[in-house]
Design a protein around this ligand. Structure first.
Ligand code: DSN
Length: 419
């Protein structure tokens, strides 16, 4: 019987549920290093598949456009109360369907089409929604981009120079592949000097921030956005937070009816469960392990002679510079997947290769730490990455890869997932 069959007592649609079962087995049998992924608890899984998916609830708790909202109001109120406690903020909107929707809503609340925004360039580690040309953020706004220094850390002097020159309506602090602490206070000082609003997107770092292991932007940013599914280990989705009451009202209107229609109440229920989990002391231990494991993995790769962008990591992720191995990120991603290790190609700052190839590889520790792996296992994973990539194209490659596959299988059996 398929996985879903076990849950439901048999299913009709074996094509879809067969694929779901295959995906479960893939997750169970591979080492997951995609820095933006994690494995949610069974309670989060149960909530995301619950009957609240049946409910329309446009509006907000206590002021909906539909009847029958008594119980969905309970979970949305609980999600808001929990996330405010978790991050120490006064107001939160938990309805964004994703981080991209959260960012679009925040920009909709803070700026108008034609205004200038200043965000980290995509090629330097920024996110698509921070002003990249193919997105609404790049098409509706005059998007200016800052980058990193040759050492791979945010070039705050450039941020200041561009802010004073362009006087952006919004400055965005946040990234998709940046592994160092972000100095949110410095960003706020710059925003104050240029008359800008500061939007902090902490999607990657949220779980570490909740555990006080990464600087919180809450005292500095006018608005903070995040996803809920990365280090925070909740269902896929977005949130928006602020301490400013007037901005909170604008954000609520921007999310609904500005950008979205009916909220996904099953997803909000799952967010509430995940925020409850993150408030428990065990989550802090988990987040500390995520950080220790990430540092251990990056240091071990350095001992193998590989470069890490910016020289190391202060969070759950690291970007490996592959140029010394003369291998592209695309090849590395494909070959590692063949060995049972999942990660993604990633541009390094000033990359000579196009985004479809890249010279880097992004790796993260959040998911495998959830499975219980510790620093010695993450050092082992670094060894397996190195063994695969350094043997690629050599005569003993197929033997090396078989050995890596066997080690991956051993690790996955030792640290089971959803068994
Ligand atoms: N695509 C996500 C990531 O992998 O970082 C961000 O949205």
């Amino acid at each position: 019987m398929s996985f879903a069959g076990h849950l439901l007592g048999g299913v009709q649609d074996d094509e879809v549920f067969g694929a779901i079962g295959d995906e479960l087995r893939r997750q169970q049998s591979q080492i997951e290093l995609i820095a933006s992924e994690n494995f949610v608890s069974r309670e989060v899984l149960a909530a995301i598949g619950c009957v609240m998916t049946n409910k329309y609830a446009e509006g907000y708790a206590g002021r909906r456009y539909y009847g029958g909202c008594r119980f969905v109001d309970v979970v949305e109120t609980m999600a808001i109360e929990r996330v405010c406690r978790l991050f120490g903020c006064r107001f939160a909107n938990v309805q964004p369907h994703s981080g991209a929707q959260a960012n679009l809503s925040a920009l909709y609340a803070l700026a108008s089409p034609g205004d200038t925004i200043l965000g980290m360039g995509l090629a330097m580690g920024g996110h698509l929604t921070h002003g990249a040309a193919p997105t609404i953020s790049g098409k509706w706004f005059n998007a200016v981009a800052y980058g990193v220094t040759e050492e791979g850390v945010i070039d705050y002097e450039e941020v200041q120079r561009l802010a004073l020159k362009h006087k952006p309506k919004v400055i965005i602090a946040g990234a998709s592949s940046y592994s160092r602490h972000i100095d949110f206070k410095r960003f706020r000082d710059i925003a104050d000097a240029s008359g800008s609003r500061l939007l902090a997107d902490v999607a990657h770092y949220a779980g570490l921030i909740a555990a006080n292991l990464y600087p919180s932007p809450m005292a500095h940013a006018h608005v903070v956005t995040s996803t809920t599914h990365k280090t925070l280990r909740g269902p896929r989705g977005g949130i928006i937070m602020t301490n400013d009451e007037a901005l909170a009202k604008k954000i609520d209107s921007a999310v609904f009816p500005g950008v979205q229609g009916g909220p996904q109440m099953h997803s909000i229920a799952a967010k509430a469960v995940a925020f409850g989990e993150a408030l428990r002391p065990e989550f802090r231990k988990y987040a500390k392990n995520v950080l220790d494991n990430s540092i251990a993995m990056a240091n071990r790769l350095k001992r193998h002679g590989l470069d890490i962008v910016s020289g190391g990591t202060d969070c759950h992720m690291a970007v490996v510079d592959l140029r010394k191995l003369s291998i592209s990120g695309k090849i590395a991603e494909t070959e590692l997947e063949e060995s049972g290790i999942t990660c993604n190609k990633n541009a390094i700052p000033f990359d000579a290769l196009p985004p479809s190839q890249t010279s880097g590889l992004r790796i993260g520790s959040a998911a495998m730490t959830t499975r219980g792996l510790g620093m010695s296992e993450f050092e082992k994973i670094a060894d397996l990455i190195y063994k695969t990539l350094s043997n690629y194209g050599k005569s003993g490659y197929s033997t090396a890869r078989d050995e890596v596959r066997a080690e991956v299988s051993k690790l996955c059996k030792e640290f089971p997932l959803y068994d």
